[in-house]
Design a binder for this molecule. Structure first.
Ligand code: EPU
Length: 344
């Protein structure tokens, strides 16, 4: 007999924000830590392929999954400690990211406000090192707790062990979720008491001016970020999508300069390592794909970097558009875009 929490031939279409249809042979929704151990130790599920799912907001399902999908729904958040410099705040993997951020602000522990309204769960945040408006989660992350699903043992990854980079980490590089070897159970943040608003991003400054906030509070920062996101990014519950569908490409200085001399408007963001980050959304728009559809999918009219499901899309539609956009950008600019979500 399978554990009670296991569903078979489970419909995953509501568990991925692109709303692609797919089924999992087995689905376990984990609300308590012990359920995780029960599932991974169950003899009928031994040796099966595993995939660890969070909010499904950075995921492209390419077909049915034969094996076990483990949906991390562990809830709970708390202040674990505090010293003169910082608050240490923990949240379990299944907490909704935005609700967690709002809760920290309400408690008077600022820091995460620039990451307001990012879809997904706390447990997924470190995997792609979520970032927005001049802040990456890695800057405020103390450590990650996980379980090695092969042996059922807890492990801890300090910030430096996570090998964080732009939209990347050890967990993403080693395809943790795909290999199903580890599951992140809890993330502990270090929120410094010395707080300064991060207003380096031009759009944020404009939005704060609209709010009349000269010395913005953390709440006002969050409000400004939410207003920008609501304007530019489609709400997945209304228009299914997986956020930015491509990474912003980081190219050599030579290529960036060559492109800029042909296209003076090209947005360029110098990186600490001397390379130049380009705006994939700009490249896609210039290549003619902003607001354009291919079958039931398209690139969003307010932000060309976001691939949207206009209704009834299948995985093959997403893959066809991915190819078309990559080819168009490569042909026009010689830049090879890499998709940001995980393809399962
Ligand atoms: N742009 C265009 N056309 C477009 C979209 C963008 O010309 O259709 C230009 C903008 O005018 C701007 C530049 O491209 O000059 C950058 O655009 P934006 O500020 O909107 O940010 P982004 O680089 O497109 C990144 C993140 C977002 C994050 C924003 C804000 C990536 C892959 N995406 O987008 O993250 O919210 O910055 O910090 O790094 C996500 O990862 O899902 C995500 C939404």
């Amino acid at each position: 007999m399978l554990p009670e929490i296991i569903q078979t031939a489970a419909d995953l279409s509501a568990l991925n924000t692109l709303a692609l249809p797919a089924r999992a042979e087995f689905l376990a929704t984990i609300h308590q830590y012990d359920q995780l151990l029960e599932v991974i130790r169950h003899p009928d599920l031994a040796g099966r392929r595993r995939f660890v799912l969070g909010g499904g907001s950075n995921l492209v399902l390419t077909g049915d999954f034969s094996g076990l999908v483990i949906q991390m729904a562990l809830k709970g958040r708390e202040l674990v400690s505090e010293d003169e410099q910082a608050w240490y705040v923990a949240a379990n993997a299944g907490e909704n990211w935005h609700e967690f951020v709002q809760w920290t602000l309400a408690q008077g522990w600022p820091g995460l406000e620039n990451l307001s309204l990012i879809p997904g769960t706390v447990g997924a945040a470190p995997i792609q090192n979520i970032g927005a408006y001049g802040l990456e989660v890695s800057e405020l992350l103390d450590h990650v707790e996980a379980v090695d699903l092969q042996v059922g043992r807890r492990i801890r990854f300090d910030n430096k062990d996570c090998v964080f980079d732009y939209r990347s980490s050890l967990f993403k590089q080693e395809n943790w979720h795909l290999s199903g070897r580890y599951a992140i159970t809890r993330v502990i943040f270090r929120l410094p008491k010395l707080w300064r608003a991060r207003t380096g991003y031009g759009e944020v400054v404009t939005e704060l001016a609209k709010l009349g906030a000269r010395n913005p509070t953390p709440q006002q920062m969050s409000q400004a970020i939410c207003a920008i996101r609501e304007r530019k990014l489609p709400d997945p519950s209304q228009i299914p999508n997986a956020g930015s569908f491509f990474q912003n490409p980081v190219v050599s200085q030579e290529l960036a300069e060559a492109l800029a001399s042909a296209h003076p408007q090209l947005p360029r963001y110098p990186q600490p390592n001397g390379r130049i980050k380009l705006a994939a959304g700009w490249l896609i728009e210039q290549a003619g794909w902003k607001g354009r559809n291919l079958g039931p999918v398209g690139m969003y009219e307010q932000q060309a970097l976001v691939l949207v499901n206009r209704g009834g899309a299948k995985s093959r539609d997403v893959q066809a558009l991915t190819r078309a956009v990559r080819e168009a950008v490569l042909a026009r600019f010689g830049v090879n875009l890499q998709p940001e979500p995980v393809f399962l």
